[in-house]
Design a protein around this ligand. Sequence first.
Ligand SMILES: Cc1ncc(COP(=O)(O)O)c(C=O)c1O
Length: 482
Amino acid sequence: MDTLRRLRAVFDPAQFRESGHDLVDQLADYLAAALAGRTPVLPFTDPGAQLAATPMFGEEPGSHVKEVAEDLLRRGFHLHHPQTMGHQDGLPVPAAALAGLLVSLMNNDPSVFETGPAVVPIELRVLRWLSDEIGLPQEAGGVLTNGGSLGNLTALLAARQARAGFDLWSRGQSGGEDLCVLVSEQAHYCVARAVRIMGWGDAGIVQVPVDARMRLDPSALPAALAEARARGRRPIAVVGSACTTATGSYDPLEALADFAREADLWFHVDAAHGGSVVLSPRYRERAAGLERADSIVWDCHKMMMMPAVLTAVLFRDGRRSYETFRQEATYLFEERPDEEWYNPGNRTVECTRPASAVLLYTALRVHGVGVFREYVTRCFEVARMLAARVEAAEDFELAMPPDANIVCFRHRRDGPPGDGLHERVRSAILGSGRYYLTSVELAGKNWLRCTLQNPFTDEPEIEGLLETVRAAVRQAQEAGDS
Ligand SMILES: Cc1ncc(COP(=O)(O)O)c(C=O)c1O
């Protein structure tokens, strides 16, 4: 009896209502403060201190949701702050966060229609819309999965099944030819990781050189293909990046598509970051040729203002995705997986999944598509704003004009890799709590790297950034001299 009373208290609707209202009030205040830049960007403390400050829990009730939220909001990293410009994490729209609450409580699993009667159709609607935005044909289809890394693995598994030349899913790799993929040396590491997960080792990746703008050089593809064959590997796919992680460079997708057709390869595009460009009428040309890909990965948690993680894996021919994971499971699936368009579990590594589609669907229904188009365009424009300021300043150097919303630049007095100045400068900036930015090494030099993902970043934040970098370089040098 006691047990049931305790469990009923856990599920008490009145308590839920009260804590929920408190939480929404806290989040609304937080949002206002972060958007206005009244919070620090992040608390730059060492991991041990953060761990020590994180309370444990006991056998008995101890806290309220409100206290946990207060703690998290105070000690967290603030993506809505307009001086956050580091990695590619998106700033979620509040409507998606509310939808997150909704799907968490309902917990409807979209792996099969029976457990997700409302959320499976929503996922299918979202996938249809994403495919249409790219310009894929009507027979396109796919699935939502958890993150670009898993998405790229899912797509490459499909490529493998389609092009291995034998039923690798059933027979296994033994007895078949050694396979490989061609991919730019600037591709995200998860592509190489996926290849290694598939068991092809180091030789499963054939790196293709890039040009000065870090875009895959298509003239190098025939040599890469020949080299792979000479080493006894059969290339089955060419992988493009749209865009790359380090510099936001778009590979020449039309040229890659032509090459893939001529060489009879699967054409996969990792558009995790830059796929959203197709929403922007002004910039969508950057990804021209994306619609020719056999498979595409598109992360909505990067450039679509969605919380992590929400990744679409799309196939030109949607039937391909069923072949990848042909699985007998009479307790879950029906007889003919290709006819079970309403059971997405046939098309992904995962079984149970969160109903993430609802987050994007809610945001699109509430706000309409138009504002998402404006958002992408705006972020690309903010990147141009920063690049123009850097180019105009004598003491800064721009790595390259940005293709997307990622800008790499350096102070001319910054030292070479390994001299420590660069990291001291970045640590000083992060330590000030004023800006969050990352760094990358390119062509033998250190660069500061900004992803302009917050549409509210504007002239004052850009000017302030360059001033902050100047001051940090001065201080680091003075400290080094003394
Ligand atoms: C181009 C690209 N592909 C894949 C990934 C991996 O995506 P996720 O972090 O969602 O696994 C990233 C992440 O930064 C990326 O930039």
